[in-house]
Design a protein around this ligand. Structure first.
Ligand code: TRP
Length: 484
């Protein structure tokens, strides 16, 4: 074990260099306007990191995956992974960021030149996620406008959603509007204002979600949904459940793509990493679970007991919720729906801005361009990359692998292929190249790391091994070598 070794020399010099660069206020071009010592308090750090983590992943993606992969068994798998893999990886990334004082692209390089490629690999992921994330953001925008303009009743109709995503222009238009708003905010550097507003709107979203959930649970049939969602049926367990849960874990907690490394680089040395991670995880998982509890019982309540919508995939939220709002009548439902989708829109926007910032800073670093030009390149690139994802539900629906639409393919590529690879390599890098102690020393700067032994064993052996098995199996499955 590496706990009793002394620090390797190379690592000490790196630490010194890092310290110098922090002292000089040298910017890593992470795209943030903050200085490295950005977060003055632990609460500030936790809220900012949780703010980045909470987004469409929690509200839109988690419920539909839970519905698709067997309800309770998915939930159980997810929670088990969150307190083991999720905890360990988030601690590792934040510690890596704080130790090096650098964003992902430089953090790996600083500790070992040969591993610079891992920073680059991290950088590819937000470039893939941002376009399709914005397509979904556009759908949310469309639903907001629909409810606002008094067409909520139509949105509750059975084919409304499918007709909308299959039409060629509308989803593209809303996608373009969504990404343009994010772009304008990033271009004019007014993210701070958005962040402040979201600190009020996010709690409002949580309260509204609780309200809608309680209301839905008074409807006949909804408790069947609660049972499906909360009681694990072990017969439904398969390696796909684990892969789905693992990809969702990375996505939802913004792990395995360098985001938490950047956040860690802003964290003060006095603040405790371990307890911060617990808080971020509780926050993120709590909101995801709550969203599931709102959406899945709603799908049951309107299906007479056999909710075909459960396997619906990305559309679940858009199909299930309008029916709930519709029960409030034209005016009440209109207001409620508009409010709900406005709040979700905001949550999506803050995440998209954060993703865009990341991509802009990568373009700036890579091509040594100004922030303005990099923002324009990112914007145009995202627009172009998003088009296939959007059209994949209509004109280009013939393009599919194993039933996956183009959007699903991007989603699969980032969450189920690249993120596991990055996570795996990060574990190997920490466990065998820089050694766990480098990070556990950083974590223990202010108090004991209670899960140190667990952390070491997980990082070195269990995480890389399990991730490798899951990854290989799922790839073999997709490429048709065998079916799982
Ligand atoms: N975690 C975000 C969500 O749940 C999505 C996301 C993934 C993200 N990576 C990110 C957001 C990076 C901001 C930055 O929706």
């Amino acid at each position: 074990m590496d706990e009793n070794n002394t620090r390797p020399d190379s690592e000490q010099t790196t630490a010194q260099k890092t310290q110098e660069s922090v002292d000089n206020g040298q910017s890593e071009n992470t795209g943030k306007t903050k200085k490295r010592s950005g977060f003055t308090s632990k609460v500030g750090f936790v809220l900012a990191a949780a703010g980045s983590a909470v987004g469409l992943g929690n509200i839109w993606r988690f419920p539909y995956l839970a519905a698709k992969y067997g309800g309770g068994i998915f939930l159980l798998t997810y929670i088990a992974l969150a307190i083991t893999f999720g905890f360990v990886l988030m601690v590792a990334e934040i510690a890596l960021g704080r130790k090096t004082g650098a964003s992902a692209i430089n953090a790996f390089k600083k500790l070992n030149k040969k591993w610079a490629f891992l920073g680059v690999l991290c950088a590819i992921i937000p470039i893939i996620i941002l376009p399709y994330y914005s397509v979904i953001g556009g759908w949310v925008g469309k639903y907001f406008i629909t409810f606002l303009s008094g067409n909520g009743h139509a949105a509750a109709g059975d084919n409304y959603f499918n007709n909308f995503i299959a039409s060629p222009w509308q989803p593209l238009l809303f996608f373009a509007i969504f990404i343009t708003i994010a772009f304008v905010i990033v271009l004019f550097g007014v993210e701070k204002g958005v962040e402040k507003t979201s600190k009020i709107l996010m709690p409002a979203l949580v309260i509204l979600t609780i309200g809608v959930t309680i209301y839905t649970l008074t409807m006949p049939g909804s408790w069947e949904g609660v049972k499906y969602y909360l009681l694990p049926d072990f017969k439904k367990f398969s390696i796909k459940t684990v892969l789905g849960a693992l990809g969702q874990l990375f996505y939802s907690m913004s792990l395995a793509m360098g985001i938490m490394i950047t956040y860690g680089s802003y964290m003060k040395k006095e603040n405790k990493i371990e307890s911060s991670v617990h808080q971020i995880e509780v926050f993120d998982t709590g909101i995801a679970m709550l969203s599931g509890l709102m959406i899945i019982p709603a799908a049951y309540a309107f299906s007479g007991g056999s909710p075909e919508t459960l396997g619906q995939g990305p559309g679940l939220m858009f199909v299930a919720l309008p029916k709930v709002f519709d029960t409030f009548g034209a005016v009440g439902g209109g207001i409620l729906g508009a409010l709900f989708f406005a709040l979700v829109f905001f949550a999506a926007l803050t995440s998209a801005i954060s993703l865009m910032e990341t991509v802009v800073s990568i373009v700036m670093d890579k091509f040594k361009l100004s922030r303005k030009i990099s923002s324009v390149i990112t914007y145009v690139g995202t627009l172009l990359l998003g088009i296939p994802s959007s059209l994949g539900f209509g004109v280009w629906s013939a393009v599919s692998i194993k039933g996956m639409t183009i959007l699903d393919m991007f989603d699969f590529l980032s969450n189920s292929v690249l993120m596991p690879i990055v996570a795996l390599l990060t574990c190997v890098f920490i466990g065998f190249v820089v050694r766990c102690q480098t990070l556990t020393d950083e974590i223990e700067l202010n108090g004991r790391f209670r899960w140190k032994k667990f952390f070491n064993v997980m990082i070195k052996y269990i995480c890389p091994l399990c991730i490798a098995i899951i990854l290989v199996t799922s790839l073999l499955d997709v490429f048709g070598v065998f079916n799982i």
